[in-house]
Ligand binder design. Structure first.
Ligand code: F6R
Length: 357
């Protein structure tokens, strides 16, 4: 039930801090360490390469998941769009482990890959919000994202839950592999949950951003570098699916390779700047598009903010910034859709779970 909320999407956005806290609780031992099934730990430990398979928003979570596993656990990971995987199957490593990420656990494109992978005798883990779903039953292992039912077609809390679970999977694998960590992941996730709460309390400010940038535009670009690029892809998908604004996310460095030709007077460009090592470069990109008339909006993070930034996120661990940076994306998309009289929870042409190829 929506309760006092006008839309499921807004309710689900607001639930994110509680979802993260719930995940921490579910996957925490009494001594404060991370608890995952021994079978999953062994499968991660025994594989020489991980192949993540997903679609849509879950694919965007997979891109962040790859970074988490590679940076925290130092295991090589590839991420693939489910519907493309079988056409251009990469040469597999000797001991691959497949991870299917799916909110619904019913996506047909993923099932096609899972069936093929099982036929070849490889191991599969499903990360899903619906244990007992098709992908969960047919895989060898399941990791539950514990986000609770997601009703709005546009995925929000399932995405942040997927990334939180990947953080724990990465940490558990690091431990199994004897990789030393210089941070406490559960504590960092708790900080993320608090930051999310701060953000969901800043709706008026974010509604104003939507008003300033998106009320009458026909297009919008999201730029970022490093992990901010992936959050930009998700921001663009959210915006296009519920507001029907043509939105595109791309890497800041790609601007000069073509996209900058599209910048006109007033074109909204939303730039994410949460990563210190690319801060100067992304701000350079913002200057380039501003000089060509773009209506630029910088979303930065405490500790890196500058005077003209449109919005500043509370600081969190540098690996976990996508979990907080996506919240303004979700809320800006929500308000843009609302201001344009779109059906937020049930956008045209879309279904909540895509059970056909
Ligand atoms: C976007 C969205 C879709 C799904 C995609 C995969 O908001 O909801 O892009 O993410 O259809 O669905 P699942 O995760 O259920 O496999």
């Amino acid at each position: 039930e929506k309760g006092t909320y006008p839309h499921f999407m807004l309710k689900e956005i607001d639930e994110q801090p509680f979802v993260i806290r719930n995940i921490i609780q579910k996957y925490q031992n009494e001594d404060g360490s991370v608890r995952l099934d021994d079978d999953i730990r062994e499968a991660m430990k025994g594989s020489d390469r991980i192949y993540i398979i997903a679609a849509g928003t879950s694919y965007h979570a997979g891109l962040v998941g790859k970074q988490l596993i590679e940076k925290i656990a130092q295991r090589p990971v590839e991420v693939h769009i489910a519907s493309e995987f079988l056409y251009n199957m990469p040469l597999l490593s000797e001991n691959p482990l497949f991870i299917f990420i799916s909110q619904s656990g019913e996506t047909a494109d993923l099932r096609g890959v899972l069936v093929e992978v099982k036929k070849r005798g490889h191991k599969a883990l499903t990360v899903t919000n619906v244990p007992g779903s098709t992908l969960s039953r047919e895989a060898d292992f399941t990791l539950h994202t514990y986000a609770g039912p997601e009703i709005a077609v546009a995925s929000t809390k399932a995405y942040t839950a997927q990334m939180a679970v990947f953080t724990l999977l990465a940490v558990d694998t690091a431990k199994a592999k004897g990789v030393n960590l210089d941070f406490d992941p559960l504590q960092e996730l708790a900080i993320v949950a608090n930051a999310m709460e701060t953000l969901t309390d800043q709706k008026e400010q974010l509604e104003q951003v939507a008003r300033d940038y998106l009320t009458i535009t026909r297009n919008c670009f999201f730029i970022g570098r490093a992990v901010d690029f992936y959050v930009g892809l998700e921001g663009a998908l959210k915006l296009k699916e519920i507001s029907y604004i043509q939105a595109e996310g791309f890497a800041g460095g790609e601007l000069k390779h073509g996209t900058i030709a599209l910048i006109e007077d007033g074109t909204p460009v939303i730039a994410l700047a949460t990563q210190k090592h690319v801060n100067l470069s992304i701000r350079g990109n913002v200057k380039e598009v501003a000089a060509r008339g773009a209506n630029t909006c910088i979303i930065s993070m405490e500790g890196m903010e500058e005077e003209d930034d449109a919005f500043v996120l509370p600081a969190v661990h540098e690996f976990l910034t996508p979990l907080v940076a996506v919240i303004p994306m979700q809320l800006i998309s929500y308000y843009a859709a609302l201001h344009r009289d779109c059906d937020v929870d049930k956008p045209r042409n879309l279904a909540k779970s895509v059970t056909v190829e």
